[in-house]
Design a protein around this ligand. Structure first.
Ligand code: ZN
Length: 388
């Protein structure tokens, strides 16, 4: 009787222990839950564990392993997990890498050529995309190099995911310089140089795309420089400026060059930013189109003064009536500089009054244009226009 009782009690204890062990095993069971249908943008920095929704009773062995997102399409991702008992198991899931970024096109908003001179419209165009594909840029719109006019065209670039970028630009085909009546009364083509005579009888020559009148380089809205022209202020310009600067300082006038040489590319960026902000018409009154800025010639610069620092009088009309501006307007010619855009001469120069912009021409011409304080413009003096 007693023996039977002991067996029953022992059986109950064993049963309880077995149930306890089973409950414990179940309690420590590994539970892994990974997100379905994962979409990742191309080149995004994402880790394998970013998509682990739930993990119980285990640890990740390859924690924070970067997912290869460099190619569009499906990508297999692995997570290695160790359970409570130390056993390792690999979990795989698929993600989809997509691309919704448009290619970026770098280009000039304005291209110009003469009737009959074809130019490569894609020459300075570059395209960048997040995919490392070779993306072609196509031109949309109609144009004719043999017909003068302004053509609105588009650069179009599309990547393999059909993300498309379309950018507008203008191709201006101008009449041949030697047939425009205004400034050129006669023209000859000698050794790849075009010569002409201005309406005031000065001899002009276009050499490698650069126009000289009476030997003076001319850049304005009518006459442009090739995109590869120039690299810095010329030594004549900087030497003459140093002399002027020293002379001014003796009279208590501090001067420095605030903006000197500007490349075609830099001007292109500046101008396009102004156009985006103010529109073409307004931008054209104060900013030159690329190739038309005198800053690209290496002969022109904008002056400011340390004495005016903090007064917001640098390269803007606040500079106009300062002692520095007055001194420059009265004395710059002695060092070979001219006030390039005098007040009230917008219809000649094409620009508003710029009390801070000076151009090196040498003392001889500078003295003539100074005109005893009543500044003449290069356009008026030589008999040329400045219009786009
Ligand atoms: Zn300037």
């Amino acid at each position: 009787m007693k023996k039977k009782k002991i067996i029953i009690i022992l059986s109950i204890i064993i049963l309880i222990v077995i149930i306890g062990i089973l409950v414990f095993i179940n309690f420590k069971k590994l539970k892994v839950n990974i997100e379905n249908d994962v979409q990742i943008a191309l080149n995004d920095k994402k880790y394998n564990t970013d998509y682990l929704k739930e993990l119980k009773n285990g640890t990740v062995i390859n924690n924070k392993e970067l997912i290869d997102t460099s190619k569009i399409g499906t990508q297999k991702v692995k997570i290695i997990i160790k359970n409570f008992w130390g056993q390792k198991k690999d979990y795989f899931f698929q993600v989809n890498i997509y691309d919704d970024e448009k290619p970026q096109i770098t280009f000039s908003k304005n291209l110009e050529t003469e009737v009959g001179s074809e130019i490569d419209l894609l020459k300075d165009v570059t395209v960048k995309d997040n995919s490392n594909e070779n993306i072609e840029v196509n031109i949309e719109g109609e144009y004719d190099f043999n017909k003068a006019g302004s053509y609105t065209l588009y650069y179009v670039a599309k990547d393999s995911s059909n993300n498309e970028t379309k950018e507008e630009f203008t191709l201006t085909v101008t009449e041949k310089k030697n047939t425009t009546s205004n400034q050129n009364t006669s023209a000859n083509n000698i050794n790849n140089e075009t010569t002409f005579t201005t309406s005031k009888g000065f001899n002009g020559v276009v050499k490698n795309g650069v126009t000289y009148i009476d030997g003076y380089l001319i850049v304005n809205k009518t006459y442009s420089l090739p995109s590869n022209y120039g690299s810095a202020l010329t030594s004549q310009t900087t030497e003459a400026f140093a002399q002027m600067q020293a002379a001014a300082l003796l009279e208590g006038i501090d001067l420095y060059i605030s903006s000197g040489f500007r490349s075609y590319q830099r001007q292109n960026t500046l101008y396009n930013n102004y156009v985006a902000r103010d529109g073409v018409n307004k931008a054209d009154t104060f900013s030159a189109r690329p190739g038309h800025s005198e800053h690209q010639s290496g002969l022109a610069f904008d002056v400011c003064s340390h004495n005016l620092d903090g007064k917001n009088a640098c390269i803007n009309s606040n500079f106009d009536n300062t002692p520095q501006a007055q001194w420059l307007a009265q004395n710059c010619y002695k060092y070979g500089f001219i006030l390039r855009y005098p007040e009230g001469k917008t219809n000649e120069t094409g620009y508003k009054y710029e009390s801070w912009h000076f151009r090196y021409v040498g003392i001889d011409l500078a003295t003539k244009l100074y005109n005893n304080g009543n500044w003449l413009t290069m356009e008026d003096y030589f008999g040329i226009t400045s219009t786009y």
